[in-house]
Design a protein around this ligand. Structure first.
Ligand SMILES: [Zn+2]
Length: 216
């Protein structure tokens, strides 16, 4: 039976970094719904065009379009042993839809690691982020500072703070995340699938804890 992992975590907790590390360690492909959207739109697929027609109007992409994209992705050969899902589901309705989808592959959600940290820790991490104008390289004042303040190490272009990474926006993003995902957290907890992992630890410790969860 394939293994499906749903990785949850608020903005700033290092979910993207951990997803890559876990994918490398387990050999399961990392499927980020954001990346799936971008790839489908970039490649002009039928589903990509459909998704774009909603995005252009400022509407949310309907769940069935997202589910269809994930289904196509899960049909690819590298997903035969399962996958690590990131960014989907976000709601309990989507969680039910995902359960139906995975049953088509004779599978189910096996693990839901929830990387979390206090709002203060998340704020500190997100507030110090600087992005390079040329290629989007990301630095952090404290955890990953560039060699020269305000300049990208890789291409020497200027670093700036994205609107998303400014203090008021960051506070709101974190609060919105906790409010919106509370029902989803409860959903997986009730089903005995959720395990909290302390995201306030160093990166390698978080990875070790996540891998321990997946070995259970
Ligand atoms: Zn750069």
């Amino acid at each position: 039976m394939p293994t499906y992992i749903v990785l949850l975590g608020p903005p700033g907790v290092g979910k993207g970094t951990q997803a890559k590390l876990i994918a490398e360690s387990t050999g399961l492909p990392h499927i980020s719904s954001g990346d799936l959207f971008r790839e489908n739109i970039k490649n002009g697929t039928k589903l990509g065009k459909l998704a774009q027609s909603y995005i252009i109007k400022g509407d949310l992409v309907p769940d069935d379009v997202t589910i269809d994209m994930i289904r196509e992705r899960l049909c690819q050969s590298d997903c035969k042993d399962g996958a690590l899902l990131d960014g989907f589901p976000r709601t309990t309705v989507q969680a039910d839809a995902l359960a139906n989808l995975l049953s088509e592959f004779n599978g189910k959600v096996n693990f839901v690691p929830y990387i979390t940290a206090s709002e203060a820790v998340l704020l500190e991490r997100l507030n110090g982020r600087w992005t390079c104008r040329a290629q989007g390289h990301v630095f952090h004042e404290k955890y990953n500072p560039p060699q020269k303040i305000g300049v990208c190490d890789f291409d020497q272009s200027q670093l700036y703070q994205r609107d998303d990474d400014k203090a008021e926006t960051v506070t709101r993003r974190i609060q919105v995340y906790f409010t919106q995902t509370a029902p989803l957290i409860a959903y997986y907890r009730e089903r005995g699938l959720l395990t909290e992992v302390n995201g306030g630890q160093p990166i390698d410790k978080v990875t070790a804890n996540l891998l321990a969860v997946l070995r259970k």
